[in-house]
Design a protein around this ligand. Structure first.
Ligand code: HEM
Ligand code: HEM
Length: 235
C-alpha cells in the first residue's frame, strides 16, 4: 500500500476525515463555548484563560501539540492536497445540484479557514508565546481588537466562525456517509437536518462570544494580573 500524500490514498483520506471530527471538530465546539463566557463579562472570560494559563507549562504545551496543532496541521495540509486534486465543478451547469454545491463549498471553506487560522493562531497563541504575555489573549485585548480598526477584525471573525461552523456541520454529514453510519436515504436526511441545526447553533455561539467582547467594558484589574506561571516558566 502506497502512503504517498500527493495522490488519492484510502488510509490518509480516512485519517483526514477522522481528524476533522475528533479532535479538531470537538476542539472547535468547546473553544467557541468557552469563548462565549465573554457574554457574562470580562472577569468570567479571563477566568477561563487563567484556568489554562495556570496549568504547568509543559502539560499545556504537550496538550496543545498532541491534541490541537498536530491533528489540525495534518488535516489542513492534506485538505489542501484534496482541494488541489478536485476539479472545480461549482460553475458547471451539469453538476449544479445542491448537494454538489454544498460539497464544493465545503472545500472552499477549508481554504478560507486555512488562512483565517494562520492569522488567528499567530495573533493569539503565537503572540502570547512570542511576547511572553498572556494579556494578549485576555478580555481587554479582544475588546480593543473587535472595536477598533474599523471593525475589520470583527468582520473577519464573523466570517471565520461561520465558515468553520459550516465546514464542520457539513463535514459531519459527509463523515456519517463515509464511515457507513448513515446508509439509507431516510437516515441521511435526518443527519442533514441535524447538521443544519448544528451549523446554526455553533455559529450563534461563536457570534455571541464576539458580541460579549464588544458590549462589555474592559476590566481594569486585568492590567494588574501577573503574567501566568506558564509564561514565566517558559521564559
Ligand atoms: C469568537 C471567536 C474566537 C475567539 C474569541 C478565540 C479565542 C482564542 C484564544 C484566546 C486563543 C489562545 C489560546 C491559548 O493560547 O491559550 C485561541 C487559539 C486558537 N483558536 Fe480561537 N478563537 C475564536 C475562534 C476560533 C475558531 C472559529 C477556530 C477554528 C477552529 C479557532 C481555533 C483556534 C486554534 C486552533 C487555536 C490555537 C490553540 C492553542 O494553541 O491553544 N478559534 N483562540
Ligand atoms: C485548516 C484548514 C482546513 C482545510 C484546508 C480543510 C480541508 C478539508 C477538505 C478539503 C475536506 C473535504 C474532504 C473530502 O472531500 O473528502 C474537509 C473535510 C472535513 N473537515 Fe476540514 N479543513 C480545514 C479545517 C477544518 C476544521 C478547523 C475542522 C473542524 C472544525 C474541519 C473538519 C472537517 C470535517 C469534519 C470534514 C469531513 C470529513 C469527511 O468528509 O469525512 N476541517 N476538510
Amino acid at each position: 500500500m502506497s502512503l504517498a500524500l500527493n495522490r488519492e490514498n484510502y488510509f490518509w483520506h480516512k485519517v483526514h476525515s477522522l481528524t476533522g471530527v475528533i479532535p479538531v471538530g470537538y476542539y472547535m465546539v468547546q473553544h467557541l463555548v468557552l469563548n462565549s463566557f465573554s457574554l457574562a463579562g470580562a472577569s468570567y472570560f479571563n477566568a477561563v484563560i487563567n484556568f489554562f494559563e495556570g496549568m504547568p507549562w509543559y502539560f499545556l504545551l504537550a496538550t496543545e501539540i498532541c491534541l490541537i496543532w498536530a491533528p489540525l496541521l495534518f488535516h489542513a495540509v492534506y485538505g489542501i492536497f484534496i482541494v488541489g486534486r478536485s476539479k472545480v465543478n461549482y460553475f458547471e451547469e451539469k453538476y449544479g445540484w445542491s448537494q454538489n454545491r454544498m460539497y464544493t463549498f465545503q472545500r472552499y471553506s477549508g481554504v478560507f479557514i486555512f488562512f483565517f487560522l494562520i492569522l488567528h493562531v499567530s495573533t493569539t497563541t503565537g503572540a502570547k508565546y512570542l511576547h511572553h504575555d498572556a494579556n494578549l489573549i485576555r478580555f481587554n485585548a479582544w475588546h480593543d481588537k473587535l472595536t477598533g480598526d474599523y471593525y475589520l477584525w470583527t468582520i473577519l471573525y464573523v466570517l471565520g466562525i461561520a465558515a468553520s461552523s459550516y465546514h464542520l456541520a457539513y463535514g459531519i454529514w459527509n463523515f456519517c456517509i463515509r464511515w457507513g453510519i448513515t446508509i439509507s436515504d431516510a437516515a441521511q436526511v435526518k443527519v442533514q437536518k441535524f447538521s443544519l441545526a448544528f451549523f446554526v447553533v455553533v455559529t450563534v455561539i461563536g457570534w455571541a462570544a464576539l458580541i460579549g467582547f464588544i458590549v462589555h467594558p474592559k476590566d481594569d484589574s486585568q492590567l494588574a494580573l501577573n503574567q501566568s506561571p506558564t509564561i514565566v516558566s517558559i521564559r
